[in-house]
Design a binder for this molecule. Structure first.
Ligand SMILES: [Zn+2]
Length: 190
């Protein structure tokens, strides 16, 4: 469909929408029609973004809105973005790299998928996988080698649908201050 959203993730903290609202990055009541996501709070962009949600009435009565909402996801979230293609892995412990055409990358990826299936179980789920080279237990977020710091599993994730990157960056600064930690970012094309 040619649409994209940015995600900023915060492993290990609780959800917080107050800061974004106070800084004018979201506004109004929840509007789930502004993002293609389910069962999470979604809000329209606020005045600090310069973005406006438009509504289009179709002849059959359907209303289509600009997909520019902000979705507050969590308390557990998987960013599948790095796995859309077979990812490269870099172990922060032993430094080993496994690339896309390396069979070990496929085996490492399989281990990540096993973790995904158990991540939603239990009160304090592990985010760790075992490095196939040195056998160290590594947070999966630190294992993915996908250029700039990204994340795979997160307690809190905020999706920004079709926002310009510089506007996401400004909102992420506000979130970083509120969350007390630097975000990790991912992008997903849908
Ligand atoms: Zn290792």
């Amino acid at each position: 469909m040619g649409m994209a959203y940015a995600i900023v993730g915060y492993p290990g903290v609780g959800r917080n929408e107050t800061a974004l609202r106070a800084a004018g990055f979201i506004a109004g009541d929840a509007d789930p029609e502004t993002a293609y996501t389910k069962d999470v709070p979604v809000f329209r962009p606020g005045p600090a973004t310069g973005l406006e949600t438009k509504a289009y009435d179709l002849p059959d009565g359907t209303v289509i809105k600009t997909p520019n909402g902000v979705a507050f996801c969590g308390p557990r979230y998987i960013n599948h973005g790095p796995f859309i293609d077979t990812p490269s892995f870099r172990c922060p412990c032993c430094g080993a790299r496994t690339k896309r055409d390396d069979g070990r990358a496929a085996a490492q990826m399989e281990q990540c998928f096993e973790l995904f299936s158990t991540y939603f179980e239990g009160d304090d789920p592990s985010r760790c996988v075992t490095c196939l080279i040195c056998e160290a237990r590594i947070d999966v977020n630190d294992l993915i080698d996908d250029g700039p710091p990204t994340f795979v599993l997160s307690d809190v994730a905020v999706e920004f649908w079709e926002w310009p990157p510089d506007t996401v960056a400004r909102a992420a600064q506000v979130l970083d201050a509120a969350m007390g930690q630097d975000h990790r970012m991912g992008w997903v094309k849908v």
